[in-house]
Design a protein around this ligand. Structure first.
Ligand SMILES: [Zn+2]
Length: 268
């Protein structure tokens, strides 16, 4: 499930490849994934438009066309955006393809519950999930006092950290990696954290995400150029494997119906 570092990797790889390109044709093969327009309208709106920007907000990728329209790719369970330098071809896993005038293409494929919405850029603020989204964890707006006010409540700290309306972009995978780096158990109640633990968590959030962005995200994710992420995960999906810090075996359990991983020795 792509989260902030993966969507950021997708964004950066698209900036390098599709920015400034002009759309020759836009094709939707799985109409159910495009929630706002029919395939015909999608083509009619995008034809002749130039890619004017690629942005990220939380786990969503925003692709601008002539600063008038924005295609929102909301990564949910899984999905890829792929750049094809030449001869873009669709297959049974293609959801949508944008063909450019120079012969290259941008493909959205294997979307599992992921959605595409085409909205007028001027109306972006009215898109519910964007309007409700919390602070970007790597922005300067997220100071330690702000962080302290956000990670409160009776819920477990893993859920609080991955609540998109508080902090945007952290999901189940990176919440567990951050909690391991901070030495805090995912099942702890947010309210039970000491001031010192909150500060540790704040630092870990920044450090882990910064490094994850630098390394292109988790190892199963591929950016638009097909480059895999290179971040060495410490706990996530590593049941029974040694903790990179202390060597004890990583524990796998379930927390609120989702898989949960931690080191019983380093995390308290
Ligand atoms: Zn450990």
């Amino acid at each position: 499930m792509p989260e902030l570092p993966e969507v950021e990797a997708a964004k950066r790889s698209l900036e390098k490849t599709v920015l400034g390109k002009v759309v020759a044709r836009a094709e939707v093969l799985r109409p159910v994934a495009l929630r706002t327009h029919s395939p015909k309208e999608f083509h009619r709106i995008l034809e002749g438009r130039k890619i004017s920007g690629v942005d990220r907000r939380g786990k969503a990728l925003l692709i601008g066309f002539d600063q008038e329209w924005t295609l929102i790719f909301h990564f949910k369970l899984w999905g890829w955006v792929r750049y094809h330098p030449s001869n873009p071809r669709t297959d049974s896993a293609t959801t949508a393809m944008v063909y450019f005038k120079d012969g290259s293409g941008m493909e959205f494929r294997e979307l599992q519950l992921s959605t595409l919405d085409l909205v007028r850029t001027a109306e972006l603020e009215r898109v519910d999930f964007l309007a409700e989204m919390g602070l970007e964890p790597l922005s300067t707006a997220l100071t330690l006092p702000r962080f302290r006010s956000l990670v409160q409540g009776r819920g477990n700290i893993k859920n609080v950290l991955s609540d998109q309306t508080r902090i945007a972009g952290i999901g189940n995978l990176w919440a567990h990696e951050i909690l391991h780096a901070a030495g805090i158990l995912p099942q702890r109640k947010a309210d039970s954290l000491s001031e010192e633990e909150v500060e540790k968590l704040f630092k870990a959030t920044r450090e882990v995400l910064k490094k994850a962005v630098e390394l292109g995200g988790e190892p199963e994710f591929q950016d638009a150029l097909g480059n895999f992420g290179r971040y060495p995960l410490a706990v996530y999906n590593r049941e029974n494997q040694p903790c990179p810090r202390c060597g004890k075996r990583i524990v796998h359990t379930r927390l609120g119906g989702r898989p949960s991983y931690y080191c019983p020795n380093c995390q308290h």
